[in-house]
Design a protein around this ligand. Structure first.
Ligand SMILES: Cc1cc2nc3c(=O)[nH]c(=O)nc-3n(C[C@H](O)[C@H](O)[C@H](O)COP(=O)(O)O)c2cc1C
Length: 278
């Protein structure tokens, strides 16, 4: 099923520690993966507009394609559209009332027993959380790429959601996602510079393999960018000049044909006998 892509959203963000140019991004799969990751924002204001069903299916497909330890998909998804239930969920999520305006809630439910069977306690505790988290991130990104807004909600009363959604005892709530058409363009919150979150080889290892230029860690990226741009310019130049060459060749051919015509006319004229010429 091909999902319908919604209206483009303009994700305008300010610049914080990292300088990002936040141009407008069209929704849909034209958006590169990194652009999608970078421009996704947590949306907490929604329009009173239904989300097309095929979009919801697409979002759930994205969850399914997330990595799961040993490919054991051990979470399930409860799609909530009912208004009263959404209100109750918003209440139980630490009274985050903005949630009730999102036309769709997806309750992400972990099934720890499934992972436990293969990986023991580690599977039950760690892999269940990690698989659900990977699925949730995939869903957020897919929602964004479809032109929808979404937010990951982690503050919830598990027992209350269990009661609201009829969840059995052997499963647990991993999170709630709100989904809908955004009625806000959130600014990018402060994000760390890459240098502040990475080390080389060891904790606090600051000595990197990259040349120490003014460009710092970005040197290889910028260098690559330069090379690619150079290639692009060369390619475009070749294309233009080839076109020109082709154009010139046809012009030359036309002139030659004309000259040929004229020559043969003269030849004909001069080879005629004199009487005929007059
Ligand atoms: C585990 C987790 C729990 C979260 N819980 C909430 C929440 O209860 N309410 C909320 O409004 N946002 C919640 N968020 C969203 C974060 O606040 C948001 O991702 C963060 O502020 C960065 O903003 P951004 O998503 O626009 O980059 C949660 C995110 C994660 C990953």
């Amino acid at each position: 099923m091909e999902a319908k892509h919604n209206n483009p959203q303009n994700h305008t963000g300010n610049t914080h520690e990292e300088t990002h140019s936040e141009e407008s991004h069209n929704s849909g799969y034209h958006m590169g993966v990194f652009d999608c990751i970078r421009t996704r924002r947590s949306v907490r204001k929604y329009k009173d507009k239904q989300v097309p069903w095929d979009n919801i299916v697409e979002i759930l497909q994205a969850a399914k394609f997330a990595p799961f330890a040993g490919n054991v998909l051990n979470c399930k998804f409860v799609v909530v559209k009912n208004e009263d239930k959404r209100k109750a969920i918003a209440e139980t999520c630490a009274q985050q009332y903005w949630m009730q305006d999102a036309p769709i809630h997806i309750v992400v439910v972990g099934e720890p027993e499934k992972s436990e069977r293969y990986y023991g306690a580690r599977g039950g505790r760690l892999y269940t959380i990690q698989g659900a988290a990977a699925a949730m991130q995939n869903m957020l990104l897919t929602a964004h790429s479809l032109g929808l807004g979404a937010c990951w909600v982690g503050a919830f009363d598990e027992e209350e959601i269990r009661r609201l959604c009829n969840l059995p005892e052997n499963v647990n709530v991993q999170g709630v996602l709100t989904i809908g058409f955004a009625d806000e363009v959130p600014e990018m919150p402060p994000k760390y510079r890459i240098e502040h979150i990475m080390f080389f080889e060891k904790w606090w290892g600051r000595q990197g393999p990259y040349p120490k230029t003014g460009l710092g860690l970005w040197a290889p990226v910028i260098e690559h960018g330069f090379k690619e741009t150079k290639k692009m310019i060369k390619k475009a130049g070749n294309k233009i000049f080839k076109k020109k060459d082709k154009k010139d060749a046809t012009e030359d051919k036309k002139i030659k044909e004309k000259q040929k015509d004229e020559t043969s006319a003269y030849q004909e004229y001069y080879t005629q006998d004199d009487r005929k010429r007059n």
